[in-house]
Design a protein around this ligand. Structure first.
Ligand code: NAP
Length: 642
C-alpha cells in the first residue's frame, strides 16, 4: 500500500503546478523535492531558510531565492509527474535528521528526533496505535466508558476500537467536538496552526484557513468520527452525573442522565474521563446582574437567537475568547463596551486570519511529505522553547516587569508590536500594555485586529472595575454608567475544578472531589491512587501554556491508557492504580517545577491557571519530549496491579 503521506499521484499541467508554487512554503517545498528526486544536494547549496519564527513558514527567504526555488521545483515536480509519481524511496535516518535541522535553521537535538519521527510518521505507520495482545473474548469482557466526545474522547474511541475493546462514549451535547461544539461565539478559531492542530494520523488537506474557525474544526472532528465509525458508540445528549467503583466485582457504575431526564447506569471495567479543563463556564457574581433587562449569556453558550446587530453590547472579560469576539462583532453592533480587568500580552501573527491558498491545498494533497514537513515546521518553534522562556531567574531585578533577561526581550518584542500599532494614542497605549511579565498568562495570537477594534469610534475599552449591573447597563466604581442592551460574559471557565461537577467515588468510598479540593493531581496527569481503572485525558497538570498542542498530549495519554488496559485485559487483572508514593512524588516534583516558571509569579495577579490559593495545579511544567518519553509505555512498577 502506498504511504499515505507520499501524496496522491497527479497529472497537473506545468502551468497549474507553477501557479500552485506561488502559494506554498518554499522551505517545506524544497524538502519535498528531496523525496521526489532522492537528491539531498538540493538543500546543501545556497537555497535555504534564513531564520525561524513561529508561523513564519517562508524562513525569511528573499523573493529572489524563492523565485529560484520555484523554478527548480517546477523542473523536479515535472519530472516526478512524468515518471508517474512513484512512491519515493525511504530516506535514511541521518538525512531526515539533516532535513529537520535544515528546515528550522538549528541542529535538532538528538533526544528530540525519535519523538519528531513518530509525530511526522514519514514511514506511513501510526506508531501511537497500540498493538493488541489479549484474545478477543477477554476484550469483550472488558467494557470501557469514555466521558465526553471532544477531541480527546473521540481519540479514545478510535484507539479503543482499534484495540477491539468494547466502549461507550457518553456525551452531553448532541454532536462531537466538545469545546469546538460548544464555543460557537462569533470569531471562535484555534490559535495553534491547523496543519499541526489535528490528529497526527488524520491530517487534513482541506483547511481553508491556517487557524480554522469553529465550524470547520467541528466539521473536522465530525469527519474523523465518521471515518472511524465511532458515532454508533456514542450516547448523545446524555450527561455523566457520577461514577462509583465496586471493589467486589471490579467495575465502575457510571450514573448518567439522558435528555428526557431519565437516569440510568452503565457498568464498565474502566472509565476514561475526557471532559477537558475548560468546559464549565464561569460567570462572576456581580451585584444586580439578575436585574439586567436584556439578554445576557456566556461566550461558551452564545445565544444565536439574539440579534446583536445595531445594539449596544457590553462584553465583560477579554481573555482568549473576548479577544476573538470583539473584532468580529464590533462592525455590526451599535456600540461595544469591553470591560477588561487585566491587559493581555499578544504574540504577533500576521497570518492569523489568512486563507489557505489553493496551491497549498494542492501541495498538501500531492507533493510527497509536504504536509508532514509543514507540520514539523509549525510544531518545532513551539516545542519546549517556550518553557525555557518561561523560566524565572530569581536574581533578575524587577520581577514585576520581567522574570529573566530573556523574558525582558520577549516583553520588548511584544511591547514593540503593540506600540507600532497605536503609537499615536498614548491614552490607549497606557491601557493595553500589561503590567506583568510577558507570557505570564496565556499569550494570545494577534494580527492587529484587536487594537484596530479598540480604536473604532463605536468601541470603548474600560479598565475600571465594575461596581454593579442595573437594568439598563453596567456601572463602574467611578460611578460612570455604561448603557447596554446585551451582556456577553467572556469570563472563562472553572478551570481548577477538574472533573467538576461529577461525583467520582473510588475505592473505600473516597470522593475525588474531596480528595482534590482546589488541588487536583494525577500521576502523569492520568491516574489517581484509590481510583482503580480510572484514567484521565487532559487531566490535572497537563494543560499547556508553553507550546505544543493538546492533541499531541492527548495522543501521548491515550497510548499510555490503552497499554494499561491491555495489561489489565491480557493479565486477567482485577484492577490497577498508581502507587501512592509515586503519585505524591510526581505531585511534589510538579509543584516544585511549576513554581520556577513565570505563570506562578505573584506579579501575575489574575489568571485562570491559578486556584483560590494562587497555586497552579492544571498546567504542565514539563518539556513535551519528557512527557512523550514518560507516557510511551507504562512502567508497571508505578502501579499496584491486583
Ligand atoms: P480567560 O482567558 O480566562 O478570560 C476570562 C476573562 O474574564 C479575563 O479577561 C478575565 O480577567 C475576565 N474575568 C474573569 N472573572 C472576572 C471577574 N470576576 N471580574 C472581571 N473580569 C473577570 O477565558 P477565555 O477567554 O474563555 O479563555 C479560556 C481559555 O480557553 C484560554 O486560555 C484558552 O486556553 C482557551 N481558548 C482558546 C482559544 C483559541 O484556541 N483560540 C480561544 C478561546 C479560548 P483577568 O484576565 O483579569 O482574569
Amino acid at each position: 500500500m502506498r504511504n499515505p503521506h507520499a501524496g496522491e499521484p497527479f497529472a497537473t499541467s506545468d502551468e497549474d503546478i507553477a501557479a500552485a508554487l506561488e502559494d506554498v512554503s518554499i522551505p517545506t517545498l524544497l524538502l519535498s523535492l528531496v523525496h521526489m528526486s532522492q537528491n539531498p544536494d538540493l538543500i546543501r547549496g545556497r537555497l535555504r531558510p534564513a531564520g525561524l519564527f513561529l508561523n513564519e513558514v517562508q524562513g525569511y527567504m528573499t523573493e529572489e531565492d524563492k523565485a529560484e526555488a520555484r523554478a527548480l521545483a517546477l523542473e523536479v515536480i515535472r519530472d516526478y509527474r512524468d515518471r508517474g509519481c512513484p512512491e519515493p524511496e525511504p530516506v535514511s535516518a541521518e538525512l531526515l535528521h539533516e532535513m529537520m535541522s535544515w528546515l528550522v535553521c538549528e541542529k535538532v537535538p538528538d533526544e528530540y528526533v525519535p519523538m519528531l519521527m513518530e509525530e511526522m510518521e514519514l514511514d506511513g505507520s501510526d506508531a501511537r496505535r497500540v498493538g493488541v495482545q489479549a484474545d478477543p473474548a477477554a476484550r469483550e469482557a472488558f467494557p470501557v466508558v469514555v466521558i465526553g466526545c471532544g477531541q480527546s474522547g473521540l481519540l479514545a474511541g478510535i484507539r479503543l476500537k482499534e484495540a477491539g475493546i468494547p466502549f461507550t462514549i457518553v456525551e452531553k451535547n448532541p454532536g462531537v467536538g466538545g469545546t469546538w461544539w460548544e464555543n460557537s461565539y462569533p470569531g471562535a478559531r484555534v490559535d495553534v496552526g491547523n496543519h499541526f492542530y489535528c490528529y497526527s494520523f488524520e491530517p487534513s488537506d482541506a483547511w481553508t484557513e491556517f487557524f480554522a474557525q469553529q465550524p470547520e474544526l467541528q466539521a473536522y472532528f465530525e469527519a474523523v468520527m465518521h471515518k472511524h465509525d465511532i458515532g454508533p458508540h456514542v450516547r448523545w445528549e446524555t450527561e455523566v452525573l457520577g461514577a462509583q467503583w465496586d471493589e467486589a466485582d471490579g467495575t465502575w457504575s457510571v450514573r448518567v442522565r439522558a435528555k428526557d431526564g431519565a437516569e440510568s447506569s452503565l457498568r464498565a471495567r474502566a472509565v476514561i474521563s475526557a471532559v477537558g479543563q475548560l468546559n464549565r463556564p464561569h460567570i462572576p457574581e456581580i451585584p444586580g446582574q439578575e436585574t439586567f433587562s436584556g439578554p445576557a449569556f456566556h461566550s461558551a453558550a452564545w445565544d444565536h437567537a439574539v440579534d446583536i446587530a445595531g445594539r449596544r453590547v457590553a462584553m465583560i472579560g477579554a481573555g482568549a475568547s473576548g479577544f476573538q469576539i470583539a473584532p468580529t462583532i464590533a462592525p455590526e453592533v451599535a456600540h461595544l463596551t469591553v470591560f477588561q480587568r487585566t491587559a493581555q500580552w499578544m504574540f504577533p501573527n500576521p497570518n492569523y486570519h489568512a486563507a489557505v491558498g489553493p496551491g497549498v491545498r494542492w501541495a498538501l494533497r500531492h507533493l510527497p511529505f509536504y504536509g508532514r514537513w509543514y507540520r514539523f515546521l509549525i510544531f518545532w518553534p513551539s516545542c519546549d522553547k517556550g518553557l525555557e522562556g518561561a523560566r524565572v531567574d530569581p536574581d533578575y531585578p524587577d520581577q514585576q516587569r520581567a522574570v529573566s533577561a530573556r523574558n525582558e526581550l520577549t516583553r520588548q518584542m511584544f511591547t514593540d508590536w503593540i506600540t507600532s500599532q497605536i503609537d499615536n494614542d498614548p491614552e490607549l497605549l497606557a491601557k493595553v500594555i500589561p503590567d506583568y511579565p510577558a507570557t505570564g498568562k496565556r499569550t494570545l495570537q494577534d494580527n492587529g485586529s484587536w487594537l484596530r477594534t479598540l480604536t473604532r469610534d463605536n468601541v470603548d475599552l474600560i479598565r475600571t472595575e465594575i461596581d454593579h449591573i442595573e437594568p439598563e447597563g453596567i456601572v463602574t466604581v467611578d460611578g460612570e454608567r455604561h448603557p447596554a442592551d446585551v451582556i456577553v460574559y467572556a469570563t472563562g471557565f472553572f478551570a481548577s475544578r477538574v472533573l467538576w461537577p461529577m461525583d467520582i467515588t473510588g475505592r473505600d468510598g473516597v470522593e475525588l472531589r474531596s480528595l482534590w479540593g482546589e488541588r487536583p493531581a494525577a500521576y502523569l496527569g492520568i491516574t489517581v491512587p484509590g481510583f482503580p481503572n480510572f484514567f484521565c485525558m487532559y487531566g490535572p497538570g497537563t494543560n499547556l501554556a508553553h507550546g505544543g498542542s493538546l492533541i499531541f498530549h492527548s495522543e501521548c495519554q491515550m497510548r499510555y491508557i490503552t497499554q494499561c488496559l491491555e495489561t489489565l485485559i491480557a493479565g486477567g487483572h482485577h484492577a490497577m492504580e498508581p502507587r501512592k508514593e509515586r503519585y505524591d512524588d510526581w505531585h511534589e516534583r510538579t509543584q516544585r517545577e511549576i513554581k520556577t516558571l513565570v505563570w506562578s509569579q505573584p506579579s501575575v495577579k489574575h489568571s485562570f491557571f491559578k486556584n483560590a490559593y494562587g497555586e497552579i495545579h492544571v498546567l504542565s511544567p514539563w518539556r513535551l519530549v519528557d512527557y512523550w518519553e514518560w507516557t510511551k509505555k507504562p512502567d508497571l512498577g508505578d502501579f499496584v496491579v491486583r
